[in-house]
Design a protein around this ligand. Structure first.
Ligand code: GDP
Length: 384
């Protein structure tokens, strides 16, 4: 009996132990803590979900709106511009008509009368030498012809002024291709003379006359010059070749001509740097620009831009330029801003180079081909 009890107790103990083991095995192990990196990932993802606005999801992708092509301007034809702009010469006109009135106000055409004419012409920057010659011829002709009426005197003075401007000079721009290569026009002059503006206006003149044009922004020292030129070019659909600020002007000029040849355009127009003319460096640089450009072929025209308001000083500047480059034509700017339109006569006479274009305002088409007869007609005002 005792054995039986002992056996039962042992059996019960084994049973309890076995049950305990089973229970222990079935309890799941606590999950290991997630690695730190996983936790970070979750915090990054969560805000993404909540921050994304619902409309971004449903919205159609934004439409790509292309900028409209620039509206090209149609420059005014060049013929008749000088006539249209004649009123801009009103200030000079006053001086010249004062000279004429001086003659008419005297009963006799005596020395005093002729001195008044001389003073008016010298005051209008015609230059002392040219004035003396003009007045001497006028005196002689009026004496021989017995001229006295206002219309006759005006006619004679006009003839003498036109003769002083030498109407036989060739004033055409050499802007047509030569031997299958574009014409190359260099535009030179001191800063402030209106060089870059004139380049832009010439580009318009050429486009108006049916030429295709590439512009070279070789004034790399004046920060705004290239932008200024690019704006002018954009308006007429011309291409601009430019370099970084401070780039070698000769390199830019060379590239511009190369581009013009590649593109097969009619004319390459190069704006050059124009720091003070008395700096040897600038003049050397200008000579270099010309030499480098001429590796492609000859420069067909070198235009010197002169500010008419600088009068005789402008002539000094001009000499420095003509010493370095072979200037073939003069552009006289700002004639609208001076009473000294006679400077045209002085410039031509001193330099022996034709004035080819005149600037008569800041507007894009305020540049006119120069014509001696129309110009003198504008200077003297309406005939009586
Ligand atoms: P640059 O330094 O020689 O290139 O000179 P810009 O081309 O920048 O011109 C200097 C200033 O002269 C500008 O304000 C132009 O608008 C002005 N200008 C140029 N040509 C004429 C002109 O024929 N008449 C007038 N009134 N102003 C002009």
């Amino acid at each position: 009996m005792d054995y039986l009890v002992v056996a039962l107790v042992i059996l019960a103990v084994l049973l309890v132990a076995a049950l305990g083991l089973v229970t222990l095995r079935r309890r799941p192990a606590p999950p290991p803590p997630p690695p730190a990196a996983e936790r970070v990932e979750v915090t990054v993802v969560e805000p993404e979900v909540t921050v994304t606005p619902p409309e971004t999801v449903v919205e159609a992708p934004p439409e790509v709106v292309e900028a409209p092509p620039p509206v090209l301007e149609r420059p005014e034809p060049t013929a008749g511009r000088l006539v249209r702009l004649r009123a801009r010469l009103a200030r000079s006109q006053n001086l010249f008509s004062k000279g004429l009135l001086g003659l008419l106000s005297h009963d006799r055409l005596d020395d005093e009368a002729w001195e008044e004419v001389e003073d008016s012409l010298i005051g209008a920057d015609v230059g002392v030498e040219a004035t003396r010659e003009i007045v001497a011829r006028l005196r002689e002709r009026t004496r021989i012809l017995g001229t006295r009426s206002q219309a006759e005197l005006r006619g004679l003075l006009a003839e003498e002024l036109v003769a002083a401007l030498d109407p036989t000079m060739d004033r055409s721009l050499r802007a047509d291709p030569v031997g299958g290569r574009p014409a190359v026009l260099l535009v030179v002059g001191v800063n402030g003379s209106g060089k870059t503006t004139t380049c832009g206006k010439i580009a318009r003149v050429l486009v108006a006359d049916g030429h295709s044009v590439v512009l070279g922004a070789a004034d790399t020292f004046r920060a705004a010059a290239a932008d200024q030129l690019a704006t002018w070019a954009e308006r007429v659909g011309a291409e601009v070749v430019r370099g970084p600020e401070g780039a070698d002007p000769a390199a830019v000029a060379y590239d511009a001509v190369r581009r013009g040849i590649e593109a097969g355009v009619d004319t390459v127009l190069v704006d050059t740097a124009g720091r003070l003319q008395n700096k040897v460096g600038l003049m050397d640089e200008l000579g270099k620009v010309k030499r480098v450009v001429e590796k492609h072929g000859p420069v067909t025209e070198t235009l010197l831009v002169l500010d008419a308001t600088t009068g005789q000083n402008g002539l000094e500047q001009a000499r420095v330029f003509t010493d370095v480059v072979n200037v073939t034509g003069v552009v006289l700017t700002k004639l609208d801003g001076t009473a000294k339109g006679g400077i045209v006569i002085a410039v031509q006479r001193k330099l022996g180079i034709p004035v080819k274009l005149v600037g008569l305002g800041e507007g894009p088409d305020d540049l006119a081909p120069f014509d001696p007869e129309q110009f003198v007609d504008a200077l003297l005002g309406a005939p009586a």
